[in-house]
Write a protein that binds this ligand. Structure first.
Ligand code: UD1
Length: 364
């Protein structure tokens, strides 16, 4: 069985790693890794292949950046040619980025079945490009692999038939579990990094920020930076900065406000998860990090009004704090005062997700 495994942006790469490893155990499966090139900087792409020991992509489309329509269109044009040439039996897409949507639309029109890993997640907020990507991909997919119960319910409500829905757990957690043995080694490099910026033993908070709704709007971006600046007076904040965020800070003249933070370039996968696991708490607007912190049991304050991963709130360590300055500061200070949300690891976040997915693909 020939299949395309499509990845394009940073949060995709850790999801395909465990799948490739599992597929290698079954000689009847011939996975072709397709990298769309949506993310292309070394720190946003190649380092993940290196850290996760994923084989080099078989096909690199090199589409690069662009507006939503332009980027999606470029991926569609390039991937259609490859699908026509290789005629895969199945296209596997992960997550909710523009590459996920583009590959799904093209596969669907070529009558190639689609498997969506991380199906059913909904923020119910169509101002997020990711929400549109999720909904379109799910409606076109034959196999919908879900991470949490809310995903199953959302799909049922949208009229997806039960036999297409497979509750398999979170593939990202599997990437973390697989990386555990390498984390000790990485600790050394992180200690090195920390010692350059502050006393090794001091607690720190970790910040990530890149959502268009937070950083493409000057007022919101400025408000969030004011909040984290205030928090940084109580605890040092390490901020691996996303290229979009750096660009927007320069464009809006907000670079000064980054000064109280320990701004570093985007980190590789291993460095990042070690930093995350050892943080006092995490402030983020990412999707994936809400799940990772729940797995690690580290408090997470999500700088958004909604989440597509409600289990991280109901069972995990996540709290939505929105973009209100006082709320962000108050919740951060509560954590520093010891008011930590205790969580549990959600069902099937157990490191066996890739095996479940590959079994479904093999026997259906
Ligand atoms: C994308 C995903 C988002 C995911 C995020 C993780 C979509 C719609 N969004 O958002 O779901 O959470 O990735 O990082 O697919 N850039 C670089 N170097 C790179 C990549 C991007 O400089 O390697 C710049 C681009 O020029 C652009 C900006 O960063 O200005 C944003 O890149 P883009 O691919 O549009 O989406 P992200 O914001 O990264």
């Amino acid at each position: 069985m020939k299949l395309f495994l499509v990845a394009g942006a940073r949060p995709n790469f850790m999801k395909i790693g465990p799948l490739v490893d599992e597929m290698k155990k079954h000689p009847e499966i011939d996975p072709i890794i397709v990298h769309t090139g949506q993310h292309y900087d070394y720190e946003m792409s190649a380092i993940f292949f290196k850290d996760l020991e994923i084989a080099k992509p078989d096909i690199y489309l090199g589409v690069g950046s662009g507006s939503q329509g332009e980027q999606t269109g470029k991926i569609m044009i390039a991937i259609e040619k490859e699908m026509i040439e290789h005629r895969p039996d199945l296209v596997v897409v992960v997550g909710d980025v523009n590459s996920t949507l583009a590959a799904s639309v093209v596969a669907s029109k070529l009558h190639i079945p689609i498997a969506h890993v991380e199906a059913g997640l909904r923020s119910f907020d169509r101002t997020m490009p990711e929400e549109i990507n999720r909904q379109v991909t799910d409606v076109l997919s034959e196999y919908l692999f879900t991470t949490e119960e809310s995903g199953n319910e959302n799909l049922r409500k949208e009229g997806i038939t039960e036999e297409k829905i497979y509750f398999v757990g979170d593939i990202m957690i599997e990437a973390i579990i697989n990386a555990k043995c390498k984390m000790q080694k990485v600790k050394l490099s992180i200690n090195n990094l920390k010692s350059k910026i502050f006393n090794l033993e001091s607690p720190y908070a970790l910040l990530t920020l890149h959502r268009p709704s937070n950083v493409d709007d000057k007022n919101t971006f400025s408000r969030v930076l004011n909040a984290v600046d205030e928090v940084s007076r109580k605890i040092p904040i390490i901020f691996p900065i996303h290229p979009r965020t750096r660009k927007m800070a320069e464009k809006f003249g907000l670079s000064e406000k980054l000064k109280p933070l320990h701004v570093i370039k985007p980190l590789g996968y291993l460095d990042f998860i070690v930093l995350e696991k050892n943080a006092k708490f995490v402030l983020t607007d990412s999707g994936s990090i809400q799940a990772e912190t729940t797995y690690f049991g580290i408090p997470c304050l999500t700088i958004r009004e909604n989440t597509e991963r409600p289990v991280t709130i109901s069972m995990g360590t996540n709290k939505l704090v929105g973009t209100d300055k006082d709320k962000i500061v108050e919740e951060s200070l509560d954590i520093l005062d010891g008011e930590n949300k205790k969580g549990h690891i959600p069902p099937l976040w157990d490191g066996k997700t890739a095996e479940r997915i590959v079994d479904v693909i093999r026997f259906n």
